[in-house]
Design a protein around this ligand. Structure first.
Ligand SMILES: *[C@@H]1O[C@H](CO)[C@@H](O)[C@H](O)[C@H]1NC(C)=O
Ligand SMILES: *[C@@H]1O[C@H](CO)[C@@H](O)[C@H](O)[C@H]1NC(C)=O
Ligand SMILES: *[C@@H]1O[C@H](CO)[C@@H](O)[C@H](O)[C@H]1NC(C)=O
Ligand SMILES: *[C@@H]1O[C@H](CO)[C@@H](O)[C@H](O)[C@H]1NC(C)=O
Ligand SMILES: *[C@@H]1O[C@H](CO)[C@@H](O)[C@H](O)[C@H]1NC(C)=O
Ligand SMILES: *[C@@H]1O[C@H](CO)[C@@H](O)[C@H](O)[C@H]1NC(C)=O
Ligand SMILES: *[C@@H]1O[C@H](CO)[C@@H](O)[C@H](O)[C@H]1NC(C)=O
Length: 916
């Protein structure tokens, strides 16, 4: 058996264990060999078999009949040992099922009596639990072995190098163990080897980048970490001396620098996967001569330069993935020669020029992804004429134009079409009418200015995701036949929301809307009441995210949120809603509630106490009144953003607010709040210690499916001034424009993580505490109070100050000298009795006369601008630091999505890339 197995047989080999349980007892007319039976019993005695899986292994029995044993059909020698457990329970399994599974795992010791089985060619111990032992050295003496599978069997310690003596071994799988190996020098000894898998074997010392996600405890909860252990082994050139090497999977390793040239010597290679390394050369020419390659992935590296026209030589390639690099050439015309190509992915590069017409020759093509490049020009119908098998067409975020003849009927039936930011013409694309299997559609930002045709709403029963955002679509939407996610942001849709229900009370709509998880209608002209939508259409819903902000909604928010337990994000901001907050909102699972800029009034209902997961509460710019409720700390202890800005709240600041340890943004400005600023505000831990700042990971940890969408929202909304101010991206406290009295508590000085403090337009008296100068503020506004005394000299330590205003107080003396304080305009100081630079008034030795009428304009404008810039900056930093690994490392992302609904990814992609 020295002829290499064709690669395609390997999946078959993997299946043997699974079906062996049913057919492996077929040796009925053979009796097993006595010595082998004894050896097996001895082997069994040292195993731990809690579920008694090996109950058929009994003294005196015919061992060829035992569970997991296969004997040779003529000699009767034990030939194969299949001892993997049955496959893992699925995700819906009960605890009892899991327990039964764990019980079925074999453990204990592996006795060397197995050496008696001189003809053993197949040994599968995978997925058991040998957690305390090493891979036995004697395995290196099982001379007949052809197949050895120890994957995920929890072996530890060093790999015995004498495994290299197994000259007949064809298949070796050591995946997913915690193994050590100083080198892989033993591997070339395996002269028959055809398959070697050391993935996840964690052989190398974890490098720093592997550790990164481990530092994020909330990600651990999400079980991301396993993916990072996909790192398989320390790179070892010796591996290339294996003759007849067919497949190399070096994905998720730390190969650095240029693509190593020894790949050029592996001319039999059919599979080369270098996905997710740090390779940064151009694509070397020798790769193009590997003309047996079926599968080539170089994705997620930093490869530069061109895709050579020599790529046409890879005539066997079916899977070509060059995505997520920095390739910046055109797509060569020779691509048309790859007649077997099924998957072509060059997304997320800097490719330019046109899509070559030769793609029209790729008649096997199923998956085509050129998203996120700089391709331009016109795409013609004829390019598609041979692409009859295409099921995935992804090309969003390019500068392409496609306006087929109105009679064009596509030759393909796609499940996914993503043409975001293409120019698809003013008319709604009629050719979509023939896509009956469509499940995911993104034609956002495509310049369409039309009504949504009726046929589209009925188009596909499989619609899961529809993104029509950022067009100029008008008219009403009579109903929606989409399972998971709809994004209609920024169009000109009009009409009442109630229509969803009214028109089709007995229609599919009754069953489709309730499965929606994401309904995004922001920035349209939907009008009227929320009643029908919330109380009828969504009532049995899985809805998690509901955005109807920036529309023309009127009337009260209906009181029927009882059954929307899944609702995580509700944004009704910037409408004209009136009335009180309905008590039933407290029965949802909201994490983010935004009712900003409406005309609502009344006191906050006590049921809001039940929103114990609430992180962001933005009720600003309404007419809410009453006291700030004292229950806010006990119940809403997760709050990171609390904005009650521009309402009619009165009374005192409750001391309870000081217990909100995660609060990063507190905005109580423009109300009628009285009394002193509580000293205890210094207890707001997130403003004092970075470790309390949660940067939204908490949201993700608690809700898997909104993970991506939420960060997408941050991304989108972060570009908008009005949202960014409340997103908690820069820690801030704004108590301005109230009637606060007394002195500024010196305790505030301990909030060293606070970046913006605004106490302006109150009735504060006394001196400015020295301690304020020890903070690390970027913005400080104390203007329009009755503060007196001097500006503390400690203010010269405020080195990061971008915005500063102490105007219209009763401050005296010299402005302290620092790099920052002199850089502000006069109006930051006007209306006081100050002197020295930047004011023109010199500090004479004597007290200065009043200096009220300094020149300068209002400070308001610059305040807003600064805050915006800084917040966006904070946002960008926060986002890229924390979220970026998630989205921009493709494998991780992909693997994660296996567990995640498709929907949220789509939301992410569209939001992250629209309107930049
Ligand atoms: C025994 O097995 C060999 C291959 O392992 C097969 O070719 C042969 O037909 C089998 N003989 C019988 C009697 O099943
Ligand atoms: C195998 O089992 C025998 C007795 O059954 C014992 O003496 C011997 O130490 C065992 N060897 C190993 C390697 O466990
Ligand atoms: C594996 O065995 C070890 C020690 O016997 C035990 O602590 C662990 O929980 C087991 N793991 C599984 C998955 O059964
Ligand atoms: C489609 O395939 C035919 C036959 O292989 C070929 O002649 C034609 O040029 C192809 N069309 C395009 C647009 O490449
Ligand atoms: C909002 O509604 C009130 C009455 O409920 C009305 O007076 C006001 O004009 C509306 N504002 C807008 C912008 O439609
Ligand atoms: C809060 O929820 C609990 C349990 O769901 C319920 O019994 C209680 O009435 C709710 N409280 C308010 C104020 O709605
Ligand atoms: C301003 O400060 C001076 C002393 O620095 C004090 O005499 C005067 O009363 C203060 N004026 C007001 C309006 O507080």
């Amino acid at each position: 058996m020295t002829t290499p197995l064709p690669l395609s047989l390997f999946p078959f080999l993997l299946f043997i264990p699974a079906f062996c349980f049913t057919i492996c007892h077929a040796n009925s007319n053979l009796l097993c060999i006595e010595s082998e039976r004894e050896a097996l019993l001895k082997f069994k005695n040292h195993l731990i078999d809690r579920s008694n899986r090996l109950s058929s292994w009994i003294e005196g029995g015919d061992c060829c009949e035992w569970t997991g044993i296969v004997c040779h059909n003529s000699t009767g020698h034990v030939n194969q040992l299949h001892l993997a457990p049955l496959s893992e329970p699925d995700e819906f399994a009960t605890n009892a099922e899991w327990e039964a599974y764990y019980n079925s795992l074999l453990g204990g010791k592996i006795n060397s009596s197995l050496l008696e089985l001189k003809h053993l060619s197949f040994l599968d111990l995978s997925n058991n639990n040998f957690s305390s032992i090493h891979i036995p050295k004697f395995f290196g003496l099982l001379e007949s072995l052809q197949y050895l599978n120890l994957s995920y069997a929890q072996f530890q310690g060093a790999i015995p190098h004498n495994l290299g003596n197994l000259s007949k071994l064809q298949y070796l799988d050591l995946r997913g163990n915690d193994l050590k190996s100083k080198s892989l020098q033993w591997v070339p000894g395996l002269s028959s080897l055809q398959y070697l898998d050391l993935s996840f074997a964690n052989l190398s010392k974890a490098t720093d980048w592997v550790q990164v996600p481990l530092k994020l405890p909330s990600l651990l909860e999400l079980q991301f970490v396993i993916l990072w252990f996909r790192k398989c082994f320390i790179f070892d050139q010796l591996i290339f001396s294996l003759h007849g090497l067919l497949s190399i999977d070096f994905s998720v390793n730390s190969l650095e620098g240029p693509v190593p040239d020894y790949f050029g010597n592996t001319s039999f290679l059919e599979v080369l996967d270098l996905n997710l390394n740090n390779l940064n050369s151009s694509i070397p020419n020798f790769l193009y001569s590997l003309n047996r390659l079926h599968f080539l992935s170089l994705s997620s590296n930093q490869l530069q330069g061109t895709i050579s026209s020599a790529i046409g030589n890879l005539s066997s390639v079916t899977h070509l993935d060059l995505s997520e690099n920095q390739l910046n050439s055109q797509i060569p015309l020779s691509i048309g020669k790859l007649s077997s190509l099924k998957l072509f992915d060059v997304s997320e590069n800097q490719l330019n020029g046109q899509i070559p017409s030769s793609i029209g020759e790729l008649s096997s093509l199923k998956y085509f992804d050129v998203s996120e490049n700089q391709l331009n020009g016109i795409v013609l119908e004829i390019y598609f004429s041979n692409l009859t098998r295409l099921t995935t067409l992804k090309a969003s975020q390019n500068m392409l134009r496609f306006e087929p003849n109105s009679s064009w009927i596509p030759p393909f039936q796609c499940q996914t079409i993503e043409l975001g930011r293409w120019q698809l013409g003013l008319k709604f694309p009629y050719w979509l009418k023939f896509q009956k299997n469509l499940s995911e559609l993104d034609i956002s930002g495509a310049g369409i200015s039309d009504f949504v045709p009726i046929w589209f709403l009925n188009l596909s029963p499989k619609f899961k995701y529809v993104n029509l955002s950022y067009n100029q679509l008008a008219g009403g939407i009579s109903y929606l036949n989409v399972k998971d996610s709809v994004d209609l942001t920024s169009n000109r849709f009009t009409g009442p929301l109630s229509r969803y229900n009214n028109l089709h009370a007995s229609d599919p709509i009754g069953t489709t809307i309730p499965t929606l998880q994401f309904l995004i209608l922001s920035n349209n002209s939907f009008s009227g009441s929320l009643f029908e939508l919330v109380c009828h259409s969504l009532s049995r819903g899985r809805i998690e995210v509901l955005f109807i902000d920036k529309n023309l909604l009127t009337g009260e928010i209906p009181d029927c949120w009882n059954h929307l337990e899944s609702l995580k994000i509700l944004n009704l901001g910037n409408n004209n809603l009136t009335g009180k907050i309905p008590p039933s909102l407290g029965r949802t699972g909201l994490h983010w509630l935004n009712l900003r800029n409406n005309s609502m009034f009344g006191e906050l209902p006590s049921t809001l106490q039940n929103l114990t997961n609430l992180c962001i509460l933005d009720l600003s710019e309404n007419h809410f009144s009453g006291n700030i409720p004292a229950w806010i700390d006990d119940k809403l202890s997760s709050l990171t953003v609390l904005s009650l800005r521009s309402n009619n709240f009165d009374g005192y600041i409750p001391h309870k607010i000081c217990d909100l340890q995660y609060l990063q943004n507190l905005d109580l400005s423009h109300n009628n709040i009285l009394g002193a600023i509580p000293n205890c505000l210094s207890n707001l831990s997130a403003m004092a210690y970075r470790r309390y700042q949660k940067n939204y990971q908490f949201l993700w940890a608690s809700t898997r499916t909104t993970l991506i969408s939420f960060s997408a929202l941050l991304m989108l909304k972060g570009r908008e001034d009005d949202y960014s101010a409340t997103l908690g991206l820069v820690t801030s406290m704004d108590l301005s424009a109230n009637s606060l009295t007394g002195e500024i508590p010196k305790e505030l000085g301990s909030l060293v993580e606070l970046r913006s403090l605004n106490l302006s337009r109150n009735l504060l008296t006394g001196n400015i505490p020295d301690e304020i100068g020890n903070m690390e503020l970027e913005s400080l506004d104390l203007s329009m109070n009755q503060l007196n005394g001097e500006i503390p000299s400690s203010f010269s330590n405020l080195n990061f100050l971008n915005h500063f205003n102490v105007s219209y107080n009763n401050l005296t003396g010299q402005i302290p000298t620092s790099t920052q304080l002199q850089s502000f305009e006069n109006f930051s100081y006007m209306g006081n009795h100050l002197c020295g630079p930047p004011l023109t008034k010199h500090c004479s030795t004597k007290r200065s006369p009043p200096d009220v009428a300094n020149n300068g304009s209002s400070s308001e404008g610059s305040n807003v601008n600064w805050l915006y810039v800084s917040i966006v900056l904070g946002f960008v930093m926060g986002f890229w630091g924390v979220v970026a690994p998630l989205f921009f490392i493709r494998s991780w992302r992909h693997a994660y999505y296996l567990k995640l609904d498709h929907v949220s990814r789509k939301l992410y992609v569209s939001w992250a890339t629209m309107g930049m």
